[in-house]
Design a protein around this ligand. Structure first.
Ligand SMILES: Cc1cc2nc3c(=O)[nH]c(=O)nc-3n(C[C@H](O)[C@H](O)[C@H](O)COP(=O)(O)OP(=O)(O)OC[C@H]3O[C@@H](n4cnc5c(N)ncnc54)[C@H](O)[C@@H]3O)c2cc1C
Length: 237
């Protein structure tokens, strides 16, 4: 696949460890992708070139021929640290789109499950799906450490207010004193959410680190006898 040169057009912190980057094509040509897919970035490092993948965090209609990604700064991680230090106007090489982690266009109930920047491809799917004239319920179970790690929190809460069919469930692994919401990792809340689901069981879209994806898949298959064709996942490691 042909590499493209991308330029950093915009960047902002989403939390103390996550940076949102918006990149555009230097050649001005379209940057194709579908919600849920990722691009590979080629980054310089002490040991030569690194290839790192990043899920697109905004749906094509929102991104408008730009790629928006959210990058977690990993301790000792050269790729993510490079992207956290990239200055506006600087360039990198990338190719894409890649991946088959995409939701169907049909009006089906979906439970989205993520932690940290695993939210990115699910956010793109939700951005695309929520405005459609569909009725099936959609829910997002999102795990983060503290309330400050709630990525795109204002947008998620606006969706809850505007879309009666969308439900947001946040669980904190390090809740502050006085927090009355869900606590612990996402995997401990999946069973209850599926069992309480009204109507046909949802398709489940899971994204994040392998430990989370494996645990959620295990709960669905072993505790809830889920059909594996109703489980869709993307792993970051
Ligand atoms: C399909 C795909 C999509 C991805 N999309 C994203 C994305 O949208 N945002 C993103 O931040 N990363 C994403 N990643 C991970 C990304 O490609 C890099 O692995 C990550 O940025 C770490 O690279 P590094 O060179 O800094 O660290 P490395 O030295 O390569 O360290 C890798 C280790 O970092 C940890 N790690 C990787 N990703 C994360 C993360 N997101 N949060 C916490 N710990 C992590 C894992 O334990 C992994 O073993 C994706 C990976 C894949 C395969």
């Amino acid at each position: 696949m042909q590499r493209r040169r991308l330029k950093l057009l915009d960047a902002r912190p989403l939390s103390s460890t996550v940076r949102e980057l918006t990149l555009g094509a230097v050649d001005g040509q379209p940057l194709p992708f579908r919600s849920g897919q990722f691009w590979n970035f080629y980054l310089p490092s002490s040991a030569g070139e690194l290839k790192r993948s990043y899920s697109l965090a905004a749906a094509p209609a929102e991104a408008q021929d730009r790629l928006q990604v959210a990058v977690t700064r990993v301790a000792g991680g050269e790729g993510s640290q490079f992207l956290h230090a990239l200055a506006l106007g600087e360039e990198l090489e990338a190719d894409g789109p890649h991946g088959l982690f995409m939701a169907p266009p049909q009006d089906v109930p979906i439970l989205f499950v993520a932690a940290g920047t695993g939210l990115s491809p699910l956010r793109a799917m939700l951005q695309e799906r929520l405005p459609r004239p569909q009725a099936a319920p959609l829910a997002l179970l999102f795990g983060c450490r503290t309330p400050d790690d709630l990525l795109w929190g204002a947008e998620l809460r606006a969706w809850v207010r505007a879309q009666p069919r969308f439900r947001l469930e946040v669980t904190l692994s390090r809740p502050p004193a006085g927090w009355s919401g869900r606590q612990g990792y996402v995997q401990s809340h999946v069973r209850e959410l599926v069992e309480a689901w009204s109507g046909p069981r949802p398709q489940v879209y899971i994204c994040g680190l392998s430990a989370l994806v494996q645990d959620v898949r295990r709960v669905l298959k072993e505790e809830l006898q889920y059909d594996r064709r109703a489980i869709h996942s993307e792993r970051y490691d």
